[in-house]
Design a protein around this ligand. Structure first.
Ligand code: ATP
Length: 319
């Protein structure tokens, strides 16, 4: 394979730039021409493709976001749209495409494979919602962003002796809330995979107050409900008006951590090596710190399970 391309798609995640950099540098190392596609599948349809060299990706390893930009493309969902994308690649003689994104982007890559383009997926999303891999690029940075916020909120929460509800992203996956809750020292962690009743939350609150706690942090995953609703329920049941902080998009930004840069660099190089070896329709994952790849369809069929050990740890530590 002599010419390959790379794009980022779906929601952005810190570490995407480090992954692009690794793809570009590895392609050049293995004597392949490498092209960047702007704005994901949407840019591909509109032939927004340009050649990259080693210095095009200089000074980006440490930056959040994605210099290739990202998008969600409605047109690409139709075969007609995808055929335009295939034509755009074939016009330049590009045979392989590396897609950096989440499950939707991988489904898109799978569809391109059906049209004769070789594809490899690299998982990048702050949600860590892909069951087949222990971690996705961007998750570690998002956890660190959340605990940084928790540390600051904790100060004012203690000063005012207030209960604070912190709502974090993650969609239907509780990983971000769970990891940030355990490492940020939250007293209660509420995730969609392990629902808790309002009574349990109140009991924990009272238990803390009894032992003289000055503050109480409730870490709520967005998929488990809204912070304002929980605030109302607490007010109705206990009379306490908890404070609410919805962290929002700050969780998607920021400089990637060392762990995310390393994971992105490893996965970027692996993606190029796979294409070079003729592998296609695969996604890369990491289990027990070892990289592997498997078929997109098999990978996306796996069901995500919450780390029970971490749930237990949270329970023990919030005694
Ligand atoms: P995130 O997890 O951050 O949302 P994602 O990759 O799951 O990332 P999506 O919006 O689901 O984000 O998908 C990105 C793009 O991939 C879509 O806008 C669409 O163009 C394409 N795509 C998604 N699902 C399919 C599908 N079943 N067939 C073809 N293309 C798809």
């Amino acid at each position: 394979m002599k010419k390959i391309a790379v794009l980022t798609s779906g929601g952005d995640a810190p570490g995407m730039n480090a992954a692009i950099r690794a793809v570009v540098r590895a392609s050049i190392y293995f004597d392949m021409e490498i092209y960047g596609v702007k704005r994901g599948f949407e840019g591909l349809i509109h032939k927004d493709i340009f050649q990259l060299d080693a210095s095009s990706v200089g000074d980006i390893i440490h930056k959040g976001g994605t210099f290739l930009k990202t998008a969600r493309s409605v047109e690409f969902m139709s075969r007609e749209g995808r055929l335009k994308a295939v034509e755009a690649l074939k016009d330049i003689g590009i045979e392989g495409l590396i897609v950096i994104g989440g499950d939707g982007s991988f489904r898109g890559a799978e569809k391109l494979t059906e049209e004769g383009i070789k594809t490899i997926g690299i998982p990048a999303t702050i949600d860590n919602d892909l069951a087949y891999t222990d971690y996705t690029i961007g998750f570690d940075t998002a956890v660190n962003t959340v605990i940084d916020a928790v540390t600051k909120i904790r100060d004012t929460s203690t000063s005012h002796e207030k209960t604070t509800i912190i709502e974090v992203m993650g969609r239907y996956c509780g990983d971000l809330a769970l990891y940030a809750g355990v490492t940020g020292g939250a007293e209660s962690i509420i995730v969609p995979e392990d629902p808790v009743s309002i009574e349990t939350i109140i009991n924990k609150l009272n238990q803390g107050k009894k032992r003289g706690k000055l503050h109480h942090i409730l870490m709520l995953a967005e998929g488990a409900g809204s912070a304002s609703k929980l605030q109302e329920e607490l007010l109705a049941s206990t009379g306490e008006n908890a404070r609410v902080t919805v962290l929002g998009f700050i969780q998607r930004g920021g400089d990637p951590t060392a762990d995310d840069r390393l994971l992105a660099s490893r996965m970027g190089v692996k993606a190029v090596e796979l294409l070079k070896d003729g592998v296609s329709n695969h996604v890369i994952g990491v289990r027990k710190n070892k990289l592997f790849s498997k078929k997109i369809d098999e990978a996306l069929k796996e069901d995500k399970v919450l780390d029970k050990e971490l749930i237990r740890l949270a329970e023990i530590l919030s005694v």
